[in-house]
Design a binder for this molecule. Sequence first.
Ligand code: 1QQ
Length: 374
Amino acid sequence: MKRFNRLLFAAVVSVGFISTAVNPAFSAEAIKIGFVFSMTGGAAAYGATQKEGAELAVEQINAAAGGVKIAPIFEDDASVPQQGTNVYNKLINGDKVAVIIGPTLSNTAKITNPIAQQIGVTVLGVSNTAGGITEIGDYIFRNSLTEAVVIPNTIKVAKEKLGLKKVVLFYGNDDAFTKSGADVFRKVLQAEGIQILSEQTFAKGDRDFSPQLTQIKSQNPDAVVCSALVEEASGIVNQARQLGIPKTVRIIGGNGFNSPALIKNAGDASEGVVVGAAWNISSTSPLNVKFVDDYTKKYNRPPDQFAAQAFAGVHIAYQAAKAADNRKAIRDAMVKIKGLDTLLGQFSFTEGRDADHTPVVQEVKGGKFVVFGN
Ligand code: 1QQ
């Protein structure tokens, strides 16, 4: 081949490549879904089960005959916003995914989601519960119940069952989720007429909570209301009991407490912890029963709420993406999802693209999260 012809050939090939690869996310064979979960760092306990739940859903969808398949791309956001930004850019601009599921933490979502919003890529959060996430824009959705929905029910049930009159509010003051949860707890406690004796704070990565817990003990609260991610929550629960705050003084947590890692890390000290949730394993809906069964067979242990929400999230994103041939069409299809049968119930997004279903209150009993009330 003469040099000119060779160049021409190369040019034709690359033009051909560009034209057939304008939107590889929408090839007929597979929908590229990018997953951004915290596989390392402080939130790895959540990320690990999210990945398992998502993988199970993808495996089952891809095994079904005839349908469009999913090509999953998993990325680790390392529990920090900067790494979340790196992998968002890779998935959007490099892999050209159709949809992103994740990131794990609201604290990361606040930074990453504007990147997707600006380009017009649909994001489905499956564990973000802080305020101000879906407000980032009209491409941002979530199937995870917010703290604003879950906490009022948690405090109402706890007040009824435990006769709460005075509590201490203990929270992380450097994380979008822990701060948002504390804001909701404060508002709801005030609305319920429960006195807040004091507010105590900690920072991400703290290991010693004895100064705050010693003060809390001296105030003799009916309960300790706590907005924390699981690493710090485990330390707080453990040290509270070590310092002699009796188990009758319940520790009441938000979504950060929903991981079995809390029970594993804090052991017997976690008995009696009360936590509001979006999901409990005992739900008898047929899809949930099947999910719990399939998951337990595959991973040799029962699923948690994070696995359940990730599993449901894959089905929701797939429903929206399977017939779409461009990014905007996925967003438009997400909005139209109504009454989709999922393990979270008949799923529809609210006007504000949030989840809306009945929350549950759990307590740790015999090393498991069991229903406390709702
Ligand atoms: C958030 C959360 C965390 C507790 C779990 C991932 O809800 O960051 O929004």
